[in-house]
Write a protein that binds this ligand. Structure first.
Ligand SMILES: [Zn+2]
Length: 215
């Protein structure tokens, strides 16, 4: 199977506990579940309804604060932002508004019609979304199109350990809605493909990318 990110040939392994087959690309470190384990939209929606995102929950606020503490120093004070795949809650966009941004939010399940596809932003954030995507490269490309020149894309998804045995023990892929897995290297390769600047990552689960200015 060819890697869906960089088109190199990937190798495969089976997690004995779940019998799920995974494909692992050595070149860009992308790992994806065999396509029969990709879920349709209604199954995913049922699962998401179990996620209780209570906006008043202190843990949830602290979780976004960690993301903003990493992201905001790297993104040059944007005035407009989009939270892509916000889930049920618009808490992150509220926090971005408090930082002086005009923030829209979009979620294909909970807030499908709240954003205008042609509008461009200086910052797009997307937390715990990419691991759910059937076509992450295509979504990455579509988000770049929605950024202003010189704008920033800030993502959060857990980086996998890039080691087969450690991966099998890792909790993150055991959620059936998590189907694709990345490291910072995967996003560095995407930046090369699309001519973006890789600004930085935290070595764990967060990264920032810059869309280059046109000369
Ligand atoms: Zn690859």
């Amino acid at each position: 199977m060819k890697c869906h990110i960089c088109s190199q040939e990937s190798s495969s392994f089976v997690d004995e506990k779940s019998s799920i087959k995974y494909y692992h690309c050595v070149a860009c470190q992308y790992i994806f579940k065999s396509p029969e384990h990709h879920q349709d939209f209604s199954t995913q929606k049922e699962r998401y309804n179990f996620h209780e995102n209570d906006e008043n929950d202190e843990g949830y606020q602290a979780y976004f604060k960690r993301f903003l503490d990493f992201t905001l120093p790297l993104v040059n004070k944007p005035k407009t932002a989009l939270d892509f795949g916000c889930g049920r809650s618009s808490l992150l966009s509220t926090l971005l508004e408090k930082e002086g941004m005009n923030c829209d939010y979009y979620d294909p399940i909970y807030h499908p019609s709240t954003s205008d596809d042609s509008k461009k932003y200086e910052l797009i954030v997307s937390t715990e979304v990419f691991e759910h995507l059937h076509q992450p490269r295509e979504v990455f490309e579509s988000l770049l199109k929605r950024l202003e020149e010189g704008g920033y894309l800030a993502l959060q998804t857990q980086f996998h350990p890039n080691d087969t045995e450690a991966f099998k023990k890792w909790y993150y892929h055991q959620d059936p809605t998590h189907i694709v897995f990345f490291t910072a290297q995967t996003f560095r390769v995407l930046c090369e493909i699309y001519g973006c600047e890789f600004v930085g990552d935290n070595g764990k689960n967060m990264l920032v990318i810059k869309k280059k200015l046109l000369h």
